[in-house]
Design a protein around this ligand. Structure first.
Ligand code: ADP
Length: 375
């Protein structure tokens, strides 16, 4: 079979014109990050991200134009917002999770000004990952750290609601966005940029590009810790994130029944594959604390996460009960650690935050964490 060359691809793309200017998209410099490998073609079209939907037909047209070249087996065109981000993407397109290649740790570019980036992850949705991420960030802040939250859950961003922030980020220089802020914690989320009712169809590489921009094209200032509220699950987006972001470690949030169902273990394994240290497991909705009488009920058979953590040789960081006040405060934009710092649940979050900070700042900080034994 004739191999496909970059020139052939660019020639085909020259037949595609920008709808407004009628100029071809190659001459306009819109095409970037072109990768041609064994008949599989990937490239980005650089656009203004606010116009992503308007450019969807153009993206499809570009894919079809390349698909017509003899020898082309697959075409993936993604809309991207930024030159640098699309170039960073060349890696994931070439050897990323989409192609099922081995998940080696890739070279990760540090984010200037940010000392430690910690992912808060879960094997599946609904276990309270965002609630834990928010309260841990506030706990670290309460212990005197400078903290930011990157809401990487771009399919269902929770941080604007949980942190009680509305409005759009400003960009005084037209290049970088200013992080939003509440309770002294910086926050950036796709939820600030896209209206809540706008359906977003994200394709793998575009997700990574968006996340890289939320991380790198935002003025975070100096941070001791950035908490990344990961998308739930262990799919391509999570894997790319774990591979491409210089994570100091990951915290796995699990409910007692979820650990029994192995979902949390999938999360552990994903980070293990890409050599990101797992700082430990937090058991959320650990037991039911009655808001009236304070009585404790172990609805889900409490303690599973601690035992599982022991078994896997991962630290158990602590447990948070299922309590109405945690739900009401998180969902109401006034998380419990900020609104009621002396509360027992807030203290539990503080203790977990302190454990995490000790690990990050201790002798074995960073990628060479001790005492992580993986099976
Ligand atoms: P995830 O990020 O895992 O999808 P969320 O953090 O959005 O989960 O939590 C799902 C729902 O459960 C939210 O309404 C949240 O307020 C509630 N929730 C989370 N943790 C607790 C808890 N410990 N006690 C009570 N409600 C909780």
């Amino acid at each position: 079979m004739a191999s496909v060359s970059e020139e052939q691809v660019l020639n085909a793309l020259k037949s595609v014109s920008h709808p407004d200017t009628d100029q071809d998209i190659v001459s306009m410099g819109m095409v970037s990050g072109l990768v041609v490998k064994d008949g599989n073609v990937g490239f980005s079209l650089e656009i203004d991200p606010r116009q992503a939907q308007a450019f969807e037909p153009l993206r499809q047209e570009a894919e079809e134009a390349v698909d017509g070249i003899p020898g082309v087996l697959s075409v993936t065109a993604v809309l991207t917002a930024h030159k640098q981000a699309s170039q960073q993407q060349a890696g994931p397109q070439q050897g990323g999770p989409q192609q099922g290649g081995p998940q080696q740790a890739r070279t990760k570019q540090e984010v200037p000004g940010i000392k430690h980036i910690v992912a808060v992850a879960s094997g599946k949705g609904g276990v309270g990952k965002s609630t834990v991420a928010t309260n841990l960030a506030l706990a670290l802040k309460a212990s005197g750290r400078t903290v930011g939250i990157l809401d990487a859950d771009i399919y269902g961003p929770s941080q604007p609601r949980m942190m009680g922030i509305t409005g759009r980020p400003e960009s005084p220089d037209g290049e970088r966005l200013e992080a939003m802020e509440n309770f002294g914690v910086k926050v950036m989320s796709m939820g600030f940029l896209v209206p809540e009712d706008t359906p977003m169809i994200w394709r793998g590489p575009m997700v990574m590009s968006a996340l890289q921009q939320l991380m790198r094209d935002v003025n975070w200032g100096e941070l001791d810790v950035m908490i990344v509220d990961m998308p739930p699950g262990t799919g391509d987006a999570q894997l790319s994130m774990a591979q491409d972001v210089p994570l100091a470690g990951a915290v796995i949030v699990s409910t007692p029944q979820d650990i029994a169902l192995l979902d949390a273990r999938k999360g552990l394994n994903m980070f293990r594959k890409v050599e990101v240290p797992v700082l430990g497991i937090v058991e959320n909705m650990s037991y039911f604390a009655c808001p009236h009488c304070g009585e404790r009920t172990d609805i889900f058979g409490h303690g599973g996460a601690r035992e599982e953590a022991d078994r896997l040789g991962v630290d158990f960081l602590g447990e948070i009960p299922l309590h109405l006040s945690i739900r009401e405060t998180s969902d109401g934009g006034n998380p419990i650690v900020a609104s009621d710092p002396d509360n027992a649940h807030s203290q539990a979050f503080r203790a977990i935050g302190d454990r995490i900070w000790d690990k990050l700042s201790g002798a074995g900080a960073g990628r060479a964490m001790p005492n992580i034994v993986m099976q």
